[in-house]
Design a protein around this ligand. Structure first.
Ligand code: PMT
Length: 403
């Protein structure tokens, strides 16, 4: 087997074709993926079949094309859950605005969207739509959501559009998509073989059965870091406080509530791991005596005695001296002084500091980080949390590989 001529030999690609004019280019893309050695199966949406006949894809792939969720014959041959786990990559090309919106919302109303919800495999999408649809705030928000979940976007390109307009939204050419797929499937990420644990979100400390002490962390930054480390090839476990976010594709998730539970879950997860990134906003205190019943409002004031929680990073530093540990620092002032203090006190290899207060960092979709390590620093400019996470993951990978 000549791996130079067939770099995708032995690789399985599930090609999802959705209903846009660019669907005709998907036939050429399929041919080029096959030429590169890939085994390709095609799933079409109903709208896609209005643009190109399934028979075209069947002839080119040598496999039956699937376009329905409830087809007994196809389900008997390979059930949709099995199909969702079959490929090394799910590639959606063209990906319409509608398809991207459905995936961002977690809808599963046809075979392709169901596969995309049921898969733990990497997903890449090649968007294709009118320039105004691409620029629409709804699509922008969906793009952020998809990127934060680790879905790779290939393009779109810019130029003449089928509708007669000119602008951003054209599907990349089949050879460009094929080359991106080859790069994705043949280049080992810098964190290949590395097991990473990420903590994210807040912890909650109960006061009584219905009340708790908590903080404003949404988990967005930590989930984006987990997705970014996964995209670099790491095997990622995400220890998540109480947040309402979907798990990034291919990431293992453990849900916890209190700081004590987060410590236990992180301790279990880091055994056998090489990297721990503590993005969680961990409660530093817990209520000394949690009321077994709901506290009634009889008195004018309600004193609560709070006891210190263990510091998760310091505890794990003592127990796992070889672990590469990255902390976060949420600071309202003297960012560098406080962050470098935590870097040293907690025995970290790196710390990412964000300015908080005045509506910054917590809960919002954007962030900016100052990253410090012994003898060095870097500034990660303000941007969507997914972009900041990708830049941080690249820095972590670099420092981890070349300490
Ligand atoms: O979740 P988002 O809404 O997206 O917001 C992101 C964020 C602002 C929560 C995140 O970017 C962030 O700054 N996380 C760290 C918040 C924090 O608790 O910072 P700290 O300076 O108090 O703690 C320093 C480090 O020690 C952190 O890595 C923290 O996880 C860790 N820690 C803290 C307390 C404790 N008991 N054990 C710990 O390990």
């Amino acid at each position: 087997m000549n791996t130079l001529l067939t770099p995708l030999a032995g690789r399985r690609i599930l090609l999802g074709v959705t209903g846009g004019v660019a669907a005709y280019k998907a036939a050429d893309l399929l041919r080029r993926l096959k030429e590169a050695g890939a085994e390709v199966r095609v799933v079409m949406t109903t709208h896609a079949t209005a643009f190109v006949a399934p028979l075209t894809f069947q002839a080119l792939s040598g496999e039956p094309v699937r376009d329905g969720l409830l087809d007994p014959a196809h389900e008997a041959a390979m059930g949709h859950i099995e199909l969702a786990r079959w490929p090394d990559l799910i590639l959606v090309a063209p990906a319409t605005a509608n398809c991207m919106a459905k995936v961002a919302q977690g809808l599963a109303d046809d075979l392709l969207s169901t596969l995309l919800l049921a898969t733990d495999r990497p997903v890449a999408m090649a968007p294709a739509m009118n320039r105004l649809m691409w620029a629409n705030p709804a699509t922008r928000a969906n793009v952020e959501t998809l990127l934060a979940r680790g879905i790779q976007l290939l393009g779109p390109g810019s130029g003449d559009q089928a509708c007669g307009e000119t602008g951003e939204g054209r599907m990349l050419e089949p050879v460009q998509i094929r080359d991106a797929v080859i790069e994705r499937l043949t280049t080992p990420g810098p964190l290949q073989g590395c097991r990473a644990v990420v903590s994210a979100g807040p912890t909650r400390e109960p006061i009584d059965p219905v009340r708790f002490i908590g903080n404003r962390s949404s988990g967005k930054q930590g989930f984006a870091v987990a997705a970014a480390l996964k995209a670099l090839g790491a095997e990622v476990t995400l220890v998540a406080g109480p947040v309402s976010l979907p798990t990034p594709a291919g990431v293992k998730r453990v849900d916890v509530e209190t700081t004590a539970q987060m410590l236990e879950a992180a301790r279990t997860a880091v055994a056998g791991a090489q990297l721990f990134v503590s993005v969680a906003a961990v409660a530093d205190y817990h209520v000394a005596d949690v009321a077994p019943r709901k506290i009634k409002k009889h008195d004018a004031s309600l004193p609560l005695v709070l006891n210190r929680n263990p510091d998760i990073l310091s505890t794990l530093r003592a127990e796992f001296p070889a672990l590469f540990m990255v902390g976060f620092a949420a600071e309202t002032d003297d960012l560098e002084t406080h962050a470098r203090g935590k870097l040293e006190r907690k025995g970290l290899q790196m710390i990412a500091a964000n300015q908080v207060g005045d509506g910054r960092a917590f809960e919002v979709d954007r962030n900016a980080l100052q990253v410090f390590w012994p003898g060095g620093s870097a500034t990660l400019d303000e941007g969507p949390k997914a972009d900041v996470a990708r830049a941080l993951a690249a820095l972590i990978a670099d420092r981890y590989r070349n300490p």
